[in-house]
Design a protein around this ligand. Sequence first.
Ligand code: SF4
Length: 357
Amino acid sequence: MTLDNRKIKKIGIPRAISYYTNYPFYYGFFNALGVEVVLSDKTTAEIIKNGNKYVASETCLPIKVFVGHVVNLLEKGITDIFIPSIQSTGYKINNCSKIRGLPEIIRNVIDKPFNMIEPTFDKTEKIGFKDFWLDTANSLGITDKKLIKQAIETGWECYDNFREMTENGIGYTTALNNAINGICEKKNMQLVKPISVAIMAHGYNLFDERISLNLIKKLEKMDIKVYTSLNVSRQDSIDALNELDETQYWANELDLTGVAAHYLIKQKIDGIVALSAFGCGPDSLMIDEIEHHAKDCNVPLLHLNIDEHTGEAGFITRLEAFADMLLRKKRQKLKYIESEEQVNSQPQKQKVLLTVK
Ligand code: SF4
């Protein structure tokens, strides 16, 4: 319950960090409770600049962006802001210290009066999903357990629809808009393209078009089929990690090593693009891990490191060079397979002659 026991009617959600993977759930849950959701604006240069003002320069870009989004909500006059502390998503499967300590970071850097809704999710400490949402609803002044249970179910419904669509190949924004409007498109959108890549990246880096400099659209414009973690089920990612004998240690691991491992094993990709924030420790460990498996499978990996100063021109040049190399490699492979097939289709006698020559 909030200090003044009031029922909160409007909640601000920063369009950053957990928003990118969990928003369908958040939307379904808060709406079912009768609480209006107000999102911060899409990331802009101004939002990044504002975030930059408050935190140390060596802080990673996604955290600076998160701070900028909180400032944006305060500028909109929102007084109740959802800033969860997601500590661990499984036993000893942890988030990095910055995500775990998000409420503390905000409390320490933003010196403005507002009410932070800051539930904790910590599977290691047995603070699970139900506790998390009960705490959230109670902080909004809502204590009706039946209503909260229904809201959790609505959240799941919205989230499951979203995932069903993304796993069927429907794009992130379309799936998100459909899910929050109660639509679940059943059609399969798996397109065939000359080359395919898997992107390993946190959702908050990849699906924020400003942070990722529109990476997905840029690759698609080059006629490349793109796979992301949202196209793979959680269980398939876990199975792939097990098959490669890797242990899930980080909470966001499935968005990085999980997706890359899955597509490497399925032999469905020609390359991997790893997108990470400058100075991120967990990302460099995960990318190192996959680099080694990618090498074994003869699949090239391009590592793009981003911060607020990353320029679009250099980014495009590296992507084009990578796409070019993948295409050349694919053509050589296809030529080789074709010539092998021709040799194998010759009569036995001719085959011997060809070998002797
Ligand atoms: S995992 Fe890396 S990029 Fe994400 S918040 Fe932590 S340090 Fe930043």
